[in-house]
Design a protein around this ligand. Structure first.
Ligand code: IMP
Ligand code: MG
Length: 198
């Protein structure tokens, strides 16, 4: 337990963003979107799985009429050879042609994933396409992106919690934190592997 009585997962060394900090920031973003998209009937498109908690909290603060849909892509790989190579494992159910799309991401790191997905979505001729991300790591960006709605900037540290995973673990944490070094290792190819037996 920390001083506020919060039970911290034993694999987490530091909490970077508390539940309250995230909640407050999401309320600010939602109120911007509520103003910008009045009478525009936007469609929120989220990228599974990392975005599911952010999307659920953000959408409950959206007061305008809207649609919601999801894409699912293959897992994040830190392997340089595979960066930006994204496999669409679930496509949208709805058409976005002529619609105002707000594209929701959990983290934008190099920007390669979102770049691939934006190209795919633009081919479907939306009326507009804007980006909203909860976390942004500009230090590692490889693609020039303009992000309209942004929660927090991150340093070059891998984070988990609030939907974000490390090899599918820790998505359920209500806060965002850093994993203790002994819980993961980085071999020379940069791929992060969970130590066995955690
Ligand atoms: P990008 O293609 O390098 O921008 O990577 C974006 C994707 O990588 C995000 O949608 C996340 O799924 C994943 N990702 C990037 N950084 C982190 C992190 O710190 N923790 C967990 N997942 C991350
Ligand atoms: Mg993601």
């Amino acid at each position: 337990m920390d001083q506020s009585g919060l039970k911290i997962n034993p694999a987490i060394s530091q909490i970077l963003f508390t539940e309250d900090q995230i909640k407050n920031r999401i309320e600010e973003i939602a109120s911007q979107i509520n103003g910008d998209y009045k009478n525009k009937f936007p469609i929120f498109v989220g990228v599974l799985k990392g975005v599911f908690i952010f999307m659920a909290d953000l959408l409950r603060k959206i007061e305008i009429d809207c649609d919601v849909d999801f894409l699912a892509i293959s897992n994040y790989s830190n392997d340089a050879r595979n960066r930006g190579v994204v496999r669409l494992v679930k496509d949208l159910d709805l058409s976005i042609e002529g619609r105002h799309v707000i594209f929701i991401e959990d983290v934008i790191d190099t920007g390669l994933t979102i770049n691939y997905l934006l190209r795919n979505l633009r081919e479907r001729n939306p009326a507009s396409l804007k980006i909203c991300t909860l976390f942004n790591r500009p230090s590692r960006r490889l693609i020039d992106l303009s992000i309209q709605y942004k929660g927090f900037d991150l340093e070059d540290k891998f984070i988990v919690g609030y939907g974000l995973d490390y090899h599918e673990r820790f998505r359920n944490l209500p806060y965002v934190g850093i994993i203790k070094p002994e819980f993961f290792q980085r071999p020379s190819n940069g791929e992060i592997n969970m130590k066995q037996g955690l």
